[in-house]
Design a binder for this molecule. Structure first.
Ligand SMILES: Cc1ncc(COP(=O)(O)O)c(C=O)c1O
Length: 231
């Protein structure tokens, strides 16, 4: 998570130097962080927003871009500029109709508000798991999007070696998660992370199920670390 003032400061610097600020809301938009757009959470209005995934709740593929009107007008009115973009199925009416239906459902069922209401419950459950499992170094995220950073022992600065990380994210956790019935991603691109992004309609019962499954996968990880990782 960025520090409290990070985005406001970005906005200030961009305004000062005439730079456009873009918010990539492809993951964070449409309720994932408890708001329609992730940037609402961080208190800075961008000039451009990209979005995809949640706009249709992924029932059909659609991605898009929102641009401040004066920027679009500047482009359309320019005698020299063209905005060259095109894809075979760009702007397909079926995908956009699904987006309208999905946004209507999100609004009527108050899904962003639901996520914001349950965020403290989700966070508290993850914090409890982190306390219980030595292999969880940090819990990071917001709304219904969290990552658990993993390490051999949260009380030391020892990280997983590259080969341990491949083993943890490529075998130990995927096998443990398959046994627990949990479908999510163990990510080894930076520090080893367990990514958690429950369905936005998840209620306490669903989150409780998720905690049970994550608990079981982390217990297997703790055991693997105890046997295989030297301090
Ligand atoms: C934050 C973020 N930005 C951009 C992208 C790329 O989006 P697309 O696959 O629609 O080009 C992704 C894809 O996962 C993403 O997660």
């Amino acid at each position: 998570m960025p520090p409290e003032d990070y985005w406001r400061e970005l906005r200030r610097i961009c305004d000062r130097y005439g730079v456009l600020l873009a918010s990539d809301d492809i993951i964070c938009g449409f309720g994932r962080l408890g708001h329609w757009f992730g940037f609402e959470r961080v208190g800075a209005e961008p000039d451009i927003v990209t979005f995809a995934k949640g706009v249709t709740s992924a029932y059909v593929p659609l991605g898009g871009m929102i641009v401040r009107r004066p920027l679009v007008d500047g482009l359309l009115d320019s005698p020299v500029a063209t905005f060259t973009h095109g894809a075979t199925f760009g702007g397909h009416p079926v995908a956009t109709a699904v987006a309208v239906a999905n946004i209507t459902a999100l609004r009527e069922e108050r899904i962003p508000e639901h996520v914001l209401e349950l965020e403290p419950y989700f966070r508290a459950g993850l914090d409890e798991l982190a306390l219980k499992h030595r292999s969880v170094k940090e819990v990071r995220g917001a709304g219904f999007l969290y990552g658990l950073e993993l390490a051999p022992d949260r009380d030391t600065s020892r990280e997983f070696t590259p080969s341990e990380k491949v083993e943890v994210c490529g075998r130990v956790l995927p096998d443990a998660m398959a046994r627990a019935g949990l479908f999510t991603r163990a990510d080894d691109r930076g520090p080893a992370m367990l990514m958690l992004a429950p369905p936005l309609v998840a209620d306490r019962t669903v989150l409780d199920d998720l905690f049970t499954m994550v608990d079981s996968a982390l217990s297997e990880l703790d055991e693997w670390v105890a046997k295989n990782v030297k301090a």
